[in-house]
Design a protein around this ligand. Structure first.
Ligand code: PLP
Length: 341
């Protein structure tokens, strides 16, 4: 079965499992797991932050950031379709008791003008805004990159307005490797989360980065949320292995480009597909007239051992990742063509 539903379906390789077996471990609640300490320092240094905290998931990293940066009743500026707002089971209202203020976006990009206008409009009768949260890459639009220059410019507006800036960088390595500039996120934002279990192929874990104080507070929040862990060097070693090998693991952009190009060449024959969208990283979106034609397409593909899923009721998402072999690419193209005719 070729599983294209998400880049979270990747499995640890033999090499990664061997690294896991060799992990040195200790009790991380006492900060005595050398592999975790090494991973946290490695990630912080890599992205220009003072410190890091290994957390169980991207959701936990995002929610701990909200708990740190906000007070109940305040607002967080984000895009209407962001993960932190829509796909974390209402955790932000449940835990931090904040609400979100949407700003218009195109592919996850907020314009400086809209941002300034939102801040201006909030001065009277509206809750205090304490944080801006940006998602890079932006999932809902198909993995679009928020350019590093945009992050810098939003960062300067945030600083001028005395707001914190958080980056939900679940897939930030896709953006960093594709753009090939800007590793020093720590200079421009107050916190950042990224995931080892999306595309990088590790079985579990995310990194939360920030200042030393922020990370010390985050350690407390992690404990309160039940996320304090013990001999987790066994998963931290897999995470470090994934990060060191990021360039090989994230070859999925080339795979997505290959498939996109082939599908576009055959565009006229793909009757029920209205649009084929590719936003430069590892996802392709195929939009259909309605939910039923999208579901029929998914079923047909599955009969030929290719799994895909819906991202919206009429949009099928194809996600490329390390466990899709080069030799599978033509099979995917053939079957998408066949299933859509
Ligand atoms: C953009 C984004 N942020 C955060 C998350 C949450 O990550 P996790 O599933 O590890 O909680 C996801 C998960 O898909 C995501 O796509």
């Amino acid at each position: 079965m070729i599983d294209l539903r998400s880049d979270t379906v990747t499995k640890p390789s033999k090499e990664m499992l061997n690294v896991i077996l060799e992990s040195e471990v200790g009790d991380d609640e006492y900060k005595e797991d050398p592999t975790v300490n090494d991973l946290e320092n490695f990630c912080a240094e890599l992205l220009g932050f003072e410190a890091g905290l290994f957390v169980s998931s991207g959701t936990m990293g995002n929610q701990i950031s909200l708990l740190n940066h906000t007070n109940p009743g305040e607002e967080v500026i984000t895009t209407s379709d962001s993960h932190i707002k829509n796909y974390e089971h209402g955790a932000a209202s449940f835990l931090s008791r904040i609400q979100f203020r949407d700003v218009d976006n195109v592919d996850g990009l907020i314009s400086e003008e809209d941002l300034n206008q939102t801040l201006e409009n909030s001065k009277v009768h509206k809750p205090k805004i304490s944080l801006i949260s940006i998602e890079n890459t932006h999932l809902a639009s198909g993995g679009s990159i928020v350019p590093f220059d945009k992050i810098k410019s939003i960062s300067s507006i945030a600083k001028e307005s005395n707001l914190k800036l958080h980056i939900d960088g679940a897939r930030v390595w896709h953006a960093i490797l594709e753009e090939n500039k800007g590793y020093d996120y720590g200079k421009y934002c107050d916190s950042l989360t990224f995931c080892f279990s999306k595309a990088l192929g590790a079985p579990i874990g995310s990194m939360l980065l920030g200042t030393k104080d922020f990370i010390e507070n985050s350690r407390e929040y992690r404990k309160k949320l039940g996320g304090g862990m013990r001999q987790i060097g066994i998963i931290a070693s897999a995470a470090k292995f994934a990060l060191i090998h990021r360039e090989e693991l994230l070859k999925d952009h080339q795979k997505a480009q290959y498939i996109y190009k082939k599908l576009i060449e055959n565009r006229e024959k793909m009757d029920p597909i209205h649009e084929i969208e590719y936003k430069g990283t590892n996802m392709i979106f195929l939009s259909f007239e309605d939910n039923s034609s999208a579901n029929k397409f998914i079923e047909k593909l599955e009969e030929n051992n290719i799994k895909t899923g819906l991202i919206k009721k009429n949009i099928v998402r194809i996600v490329l990742h390390k466990d899709v072999n080069e030799k599978d690419l033509d099979k995917i193209v053939e079957n998408v063509n066949y299933s859509s005719s």
